[in-house]
Design a protein. Structure first.
Length: 746
């Protein structure tokens, strides 16, 4: 066990804690709201802690106060965080305040707490002592074995997708026996639940658990052994939770069970920063806190110690457009401080112009003394980083991508480039080895050994060795097909542009289909990145030119020392702060992202707005928002409208820096967007005819019964038509409502 858990409360006498007569000195450093949050120890408390309002100080000081006042002994306090980094920071702060007693507090992530409980009672849930926690790779390997053993085509139904479905069930606290028929996924012809049963059985046989089990199994333990549950309930007099807005259903159940005896549950979080529904987080946990705990007290921390008045004013006005929130208004902690600089909003002609101008502004700020490490570019989608990376490389500005790989280092981009390398050079063994079995074609290590032997014998490349090697008929057929695929690509490269060649080779090889069939969280982003690669390829006259360029781009020194500009997605930025924050791509369809609107409607829009709020509140001194009048996306030039979030920014907190000749989009653009929203909600245009007399709705076409294809959902049949919004029954995922422009006729 970690030193976080190096204490066993069973070894300590059970005497009651000694009550203190005077409040500790460290309370004097708190503002009135923080003081209330720290000293209101009895009963359920929800601390709504806005961005930059000192939630870590409140959590740590609350634990220190409980111990200093003798309200509980250290091992009677449970503090749960989401990351090991947060747990370590809290532990270090606590130790400075209360000394060695900090080591006896149950302080750690949900997973670490779960491990500790399971380690004490493994046999009760079918485990043996010294069980192992499998990593993601091992989990996926196990699922793959199970699916292959059942005769499943894992090219069509990927193990990663199956594992994601299992983890979502575990996030909801559902063991296999608890999943109902209605909750079963349509994945793999409805066989997902059966695989879940087998997967759990195999884990027990291996004496192993996965991350989802670290909460699911303690919940099962508490159900079958109420005496054990009662023991923990009586032990934990005070329970504290960080980032409560990010909890899932299993975590909520875990906390509610443990807090029943004393009811002293303090949850600290910010409903306006709930941005992880795609990872299982339930914003309703925090929004419904006062309904779950009817005697709960809500304390709002609104004094922001991070950002300027204008940044906070813009962020607060933006988030106020959400209806699903508890409500709070951030204000600068120092009332006498100036407003700082206005939030700059800029419209650019295109995405390249946007990237160029932002990097130029970064250079200006750097010359004025702002370190590169105090500046960040925060994008909505990972594919956006490509244009910025290329400008940064051209300007010689060191940078790092946090929470992901640089564009040309991403798996899917390396794969695509390897296909192109092999098309031009069949002696490129490294490229051959990377793509010959991707997607999987049954070309394993033994086949590669045979090819390697043949290549050495005849002094040829691995690709050329296919003609000489002694192969089984099925393998021979597959590899001959692969040879023809690559040779066809080489011929096409003589007459087609590089983007067309890449598109055809990745489609015909089954590579794009592999990612479309993969329903894991990352798959949509990978597809977007490949389509962004097509945009790059479209700027080159030949594959040779592109590959030379790509080699130069990727041949950078990753060991750059000193200051580096930070580039990351908005999701990865939560909890961080920078002097200057650049927020590009605020355009309809990109931000808010069209997929969020299509799949989750109003809830998706509100989460996108929370994401915008998170991005703005990362800025301490300056915030820059920008949008492009035209952007090349998915291989085509588009003319998006500025994001509705731009319209929601208050005029008294922003400076419109858009070039006069370009101007802001007019009222009719906003009306069109409003009408599109109504259409998405199934409403008609009739009651708005007096608003938009010149607006003509799109003509309906006969689409019912037609077969279509969607990048994320695959093949399906149109079963209902409402204007441009169609309901499609997809073969693999069932019925979904999508806009017609995202479908291809087949």
């Amino acid at each position: 066990m970690s030193d976080i858990f190096d204490f066993d409360e069973a070894d300590v006498a059970s005497a009651e804690p000694v009550k203190a007569k005077h409040e500790p000195e460290f309370l004097k450093a708190l503002n009135p709201e923080q003081y209330q949050a720290v000293t209101t120890t009895e009963g359920p408390v929800l601390v709504l802690s806005g961005a930059g309002t000192g939630k870590t100080r409140v959590l740590t000081t609350r634990i220190a106060y409980i111990l200093a006042m003798g309200l509980a002994r250290p091992w009677e306090v449970l503090a749960v965080t989401f990351t090991n980094k947060a747990a370590k920071e809290m532990k270090e702060r606590l130790e400075k305040m209360v000394g060695p007693d900090a080591r006896s507090v149950w302080l750690g992530t949900f997973h670490r707490i779960g491990v500790r409980i399971l380690s004490k009672y493994p046999e009760c849930v079918g485990l043996k002592p010294n069980f192992v926690v499998l990593g993601t790779d091992d989990q996926e390997r196990l699922v793959k074995q199970i699916m292959q053993g059942a005769g499943v085509d894992i090219k069509r139904y990927t193990p990663a997708t199956m594992l994601d479905i299992i983890q979502r069930w575990k996030d909801r606290g559902l063991a296999p026996s608890a999943v109902t028929g209605a909750q079963n996924s349509g994945f793999c012809e409805g066989r997902a639940l059966g695989f879940y049963h087998v997967y759990q059985q195999r884990l027990r046989e291996l004496n192993a658990v996965d991350f989802g089990d670290l909460l699911l199994l303690p919940l099962e333990l508490f159900k079958i052994r109420p005496d054990i549950l009662a023991g923990y309930q009586n032990q934990f007099r005070y329970i504290l939770v960080d980032e409560y807005q990010d909890t899932n259903i299993a975590q909520y159940m875990f906390l509610r069970l443990l807090s029943k005896a004393y009811g002293n549950l303090c949850c600290v979080g910010d409903d306006d920063q709930s941005i992880y529904s795609w990872r299982g987080a339930e914003v309703e946990n925090i929004l419904g806190f006062d309904k779950t705990f009817t005697d709960a007290l809500t304390i709002r921390l609104e004094r922001n110690y991070r950002s300027t008045e204008h940044i906070l004013g813009a962020a607060s006005a933006l988030i106020s457009n959400n209806s699903g929130r508890l409500g709070k208004t951030l204000k600068v902690a120092n009332e006498t401080a100036g407003g700082g600089e206005l939030v700059k909003v800029s419209g650019y002609w295109n995405g390249s112009d946007e990237a160029e101008k932002i990097i130029q502004e970064i250079e200006v700020q750097q010359a004025r003394g702002t370190p590169l490490s105090d500046m960040a570019i925060l994008v909505r989608a990972s594919f956006q980083t490509r244009e910025f990376e290329e400008v940064l490389l051209r300007y010689g500005i060191p940078y790092k991508v946090i929470g992901g790989f640089k564009f040309y280092e991403r798996e899917e981009i390396r794969d695509a480039v390897a296909y192109l390398r092999l098309i031009l050079n069949q002696t490129d063994d490294l490229a051959f080895l990377r793509v010959v079995n991707k997607p999987r074609r049954g070309i394993g290590d033994k086949v590669i050994e045979v090819l390697t032997t043949a290549a050495k014998t005849h002094s040829v490349s691995l690709f050329e060795a296919i003609a000489w090697a002694e192969l089984k008929p099925a393998v021979r057929k597959t590899l001959d097909w692969f040879v023809n695929l690559i040779k066809e690509g080489k011929e096409l490269s003589k007459s087609m542009n590089p983007a067309q060649v890449a598109n055809k080779i990745l489609e015909d090889s089954g590579y794009m289909t592999m990612w479309r069939m993969d329903k894991s969280i990352e798959s949509d982003g990978r597809i977007e990145n490949i389509k962004e690669l097509y945009n790059v390829l479209g700027d080159f006259a030949s594959l040779n030119e592109f590959l030379d360029y790509a080699a130069l781009v990727t041949d950078t020194d990753d060991k750059t020392e000193g200051e580096q500009l930070v580039v990351m997605t908005l999701h990865a930025s939560e909890g961080l702060e920078f002097d200057n924050v650049f927020l590009p791509g605020w355009e309809e369809g990109l931000f808010p992202h069209q997929k969020a609107l299509d799949e989750a409607g109003d809830e998706g829009l509100e989460e996108e707005r929370r994401l915008a709020y998170v991005g703005l509140t990362r800025a301490k001194k300056r915030a820059y928002i920008s949008y492009a009048s035209s952007r090349k996306m998915y291989g085509q030039w588009q003319n998006p409208m500025p994001s509705r979030f731009v319209d929601e920014l208050p005029a008294d907190h922003i400076m419109d820096c858009t070039e006069n000749a370009m101007g802001r989009r007019g009222a009719y653009d906003r009306i069109d967007r409003y009408v599109a929203d109504l259409e998405r909600k199934g409403k008609t245009f009739a009651s708005f005819d007096n608003w938009t007399p010149n607006y003509t709705p799109p003509k309906k076409t006969k689409r019912l019964g037609k077969r279509v294809f969607h990048d994320s959902f695959g093949y399906g049949t149109v079963i209902r038509e409402e204007g441009d919004r169609l309901e499609v029954h997809f073969d693999d995922v069932g019925p979904k409502k999508v806009l017609a422009r995202f479908l291809e006729a087949v």
